[in-house]
Design a protein around this ligand. Structure first.
Ligand code: ZN
Length: 214
């Protein structure tokens, strides 16, 4: 079986989704682009997380031809592939219906920056794209049009897409979106949250992306 290491990595990252409360039943998916072959690995359609195995991951080329895999790929595959074709900087994509972030999507509203952690991680509000039907490339088109510099975007009436330089970064963004959305939700219940001025958002984001960490 090809791309064993990438299969293991993608399998391990999928387990983070239920662990972090981002998905229920078979919802949600992660994909990664292997830089060596250019192939994309993605979760199979309709398999529960408890039953998922590394060998279930479907390997495709960027045009959607299955290179290796016995199961049908996720119903969001065409949109993942569209994003990879348009964004050469992206090597990981996550889609969830994580509840707090998706509550904003239900209103068709972006998530404003009220917390320094949001400024650090996202460098601005998390935008909300329009409505699209599932199955084709339409969701991928909306993601590419709307996401800009952000690692995350909401899809109206639907859920969340995140992107990253690798699949771990995309999963981290999916966890952080939900974390931010939850606190913002509580803050909005308590009163009127205070926005962080744009210049401060920029400074926080710059410090975090350039200096933070080991
Ligand atoms: Zn979905």
């Amino acid at each position: 079986m090809m791309l064993e290491k990438q299969r293991q990595e993608l399998y391990r990252l999928h387990l983070e989704l239920p662990r972090s409360g981002l998905v229920t039943w078979t919802g949600g998916n992660v994909s990664l682009r292997d830089p060596g072959t250019g192939y994309v690995l993605i979760k199979p359609s309709g398999v529960r997380y408890e039953a998922l195995q590394p060998e279930h991951m479907v390997v495709l080329d960027l045009q959607g031809k299955v290179i290796e895999g016995g199961l049908s790929p996720s119903s969001d595959t065409a949109s993942h592939l569209y994003i990879y074709r348009q964004r050469e900087d992206v090597a990981g994509i996550v889609h969830t219906h994580s509840p707090y972030a998706t509550a904003f999507a239900a209103l068709g509203k972006p998530i404003p920056v009220f917390l320094t952690a949001q400024a650090d991680e996202f460098g601005g509000p998390i935008p909300c794209a329009g409505f699209a039907l599932i199955g084709g490339e339409q969701i991928g088109k909306l993601v590419v049009e709307t996401i800009g510099e952000s690692p995350a975007v909401l899809l109206k009436n639907h859920g969340v897409f995140t992107i990253g330089k690798d699949a771990t970064a995309a999963v981290k963004a999916a966890v952080m979106v939900e974390d931010a959305a939850r606190t913002v939700f509580y803050a909005m219940r308590l009163g009127r949250p205070i926005s962080i001025p744009n210049d401060m958002v920029e400074r926080l984001h710059k410090r975090y992306t350039e200096k933070y960490g080991q």
